[in-house]
Each structure stands twice: as C-alpha cells, then as structure tokens.
Design a protein around this ligand. Structure first.
Ligand SMILES: [Zn+2]
Length: 194
C-alpha cells in the first residue's frame, strides 16, 4: 500500500499542472491511475459486470478519497467516473454517488493507514473466503511472492488476512472492519523466521 502511495506522489510531482489546484491535480492523477488499474482488473476477470470498487487517499488532513461511482462497468472505467468524498462519505467533487461499500473503504483507509483500497470479486478470493471463513482468516506463508510486500525479506513470513461474514448493513460491517483491523495488526511474524 505504501509503495503505491509513494509512486502516485512521484507521478504527481512530475506531472503537476500549475493551473489546477493542488488537490484537484492530485485527484485527477489518482483517478487516472485507478481507472487504468480497474480496467486491468476487469481484463483479469476480477471485477466482472459492475462488481468491485476502487479508492485512493487524496489527503489525510482532512481525509479525502477518490472513489469509483457506483454501478459502473469496470471494463471501460474512465477518470471522469470517479468522485471525491470526505471522511463521512459525502461527495465533494464529481457527479454520481459512491458505492454503499464506501464506508468500508473509509474504515480501511483509517484502520491500516492504507493508501488505496482495491475491492474485487475474483473467483479465487470468493472460493478462499468460503473455505477459510470458519477459521476467521487465511494465513499466507512460505511463498516467495510475500517478499513483494514492504519490509518482508523472507518467504518464511506469515501474512494473516482476516475474513469477515458479509452484511448489507454497511455501518455495522464498517465497525466490524475497524474492530478487526485494530485487533489484528495484519502482519503476524512467524517465530520460525527469526
Ligand atoms: Zn463488492
């Protein structure tokens, strides 16, 4: 997450347009990057139909996120289809309304200091969520690709991904997401790796 944030910042400094406000420039840059990522996810079959939604933090003080408007075909996602919303999920820039899951994006952006939230409906994540739900999460360990995560130097690292029961009550689910993130710091070091 932090890597993404840094690379977006670097792009901003290279492409900054002095005629636009700093926040408007950053919003435009982030929306363009997220639209490109979203189309790529669609091509991989991770966000078929209108499923999934994407957001990234524009600023922390005050908290502002660029987020997809609801009900879009992610195969043709365009930067103009992004909204800017504040920390209470109110739209402050753009046309349309964010997904009902916007509250979950806010909970994650706050809870783990995430720079972006990329919510998909991939077949793999659906199958793995179903098969590991009774354990409350899935441990990823022993994989070489774990070294792609910031600060991880060995395949012996253990990454814990919590799995939560779904709900259509986004306020309740958002509170559960926040509580889960508070209680499980995400990365549980494997003692065998020491
Ligand atoms: Zn969804």
């Amino acid at each position: 997450m932090k890597k993404t944030k840094r690379s977006v910042n670097r792009r901003n400094s290279l492409k900054a347009n002095p005629r636009k406000s700093p926040s408007g420039t950053r919003f435009a840059e982030v929306a363009a990057r997220l639209a490109e990522i979203g189309r790529g996810f669609h091509a991989r079959g991770w966000v078929l139909g209108t499923s999934g939604n994407f957001s990234a933090v524009i600023s922390r003080e005050p908290l502002r996120l660029a987020i997809t408007s609801t009900g879009l075909d992610k195969g043709s996602l365009a930067p103009e289809q992004f909204l800017e919303m504040d920390g209470a999920a109110n739209v402050v820039r753009g046309e349309g309304r964010p997904s009902a899951e916007a509250l979950l994006h806010l909970a994650i952006a706050r809870g783990v200091d995430a720079g972006a939230v990329l919510h998909t409906h991939s077949v793999w994540s659906t199958l793995l969520s179903g098969s590991h739900a009774s354990q409350g999460g899935i441990a990823l360990e022993g994989y070489e690709m774990l070294k792609g995560l910031e600060g991880v130097r060995t395949h012996k690292h253990r990454e814990w991904l919590p799995i939560l029961e779904n709900s259509q009550d986004m306020i309740e689910l958002g509170e559960r997401v926040s509580k889960t993130l508070r209680e499980s710091p995400g990365r549980v070091r494997d003692t065998r790796a020491a």
